[in-house]
Design a protein around this ligand. Sequence first.
Ligand SMILES: Nc1ncnc2c1ncn2[C@@H]1O[C@H](COP(=O)(O)OP(=O)(O)OP(=O)(O)O)[C@@H](O)[C@H]1O
Length: 214
Amino acid sequence: MHLTAENLAARRGEDLIFVNISFHLAAGEALVLTGINGSGKSTLLRVVAGLLRPEKGTVIFHGEESLGGRDPGEVSHYLGHRNAMKSELTVAENLDFWRTFLGNTGSAPLSVEDATDAVGLSGITHLPFGYLSAGQQRRIAFAKLLVAHRPVWILDEPTAALDASADRLFADLIMTHLEKGGIVLAATHQPLGLRNAQELKMTGFAGVDSGIWG
Ligand SMILES: Nc1ncnc2c1ncn2[C@@H]1O[C@H](COP(=O)(O)OP(=O)(O)OP(=O)(O)O)[C@@H](O)[C@H]1O
């Protein structure tokens, strides 16, 4: 299993945000994107997740079973800045929705109860998501990754709004995913404590006229 990006470039509005981004991740490997605000980390993650079309280049996932490449969006969990949960639905209803919507592409996922337990919040699944604190909401958003199996986790600032214990908990869940042969791409301003992660420092792009389209 591997995920390969070649010569990616992306534009937001009129502006090129980055060019010539390439990386290769095999099973069990992580790539951490760092860089100042606005340097293009979220943009790159959205391109890999299939939410934005790249201006140039390709990103392809090869699984163990299939000979051809697949669109990474089909095999990825994407945790963006927003939590993608409905405030008025309960925690259990939100996670049930995602479990059904995402389906399953392999290993057995956790039940809603076990997933909320894994993020330290098993007692509150009956509450509307909107009642939870910011950190609790982020923990439940992370539990979404556990109720349906996806080999690739794409995480944009996963630890924003979290306390130190949740930081460690998320790092442990990410490490477990990697140990089981998963792949992780994460943008972060805080060290996630991942061992052996590759780092890609995004710098933004300041040379639109440098002939990259040749
Ligand atoms: N929809 C959009 N239209 C036009 N420009 C955009 C759009 N979304 C983002 N941008 C611009 O793209 C650039 C990269 O933004 P991006 O969100 O990828 O950065 P980032 O590195 O993730 O930043 P942060 O650390 O603040 O999350 C920024 O200059 C931003 O203003």
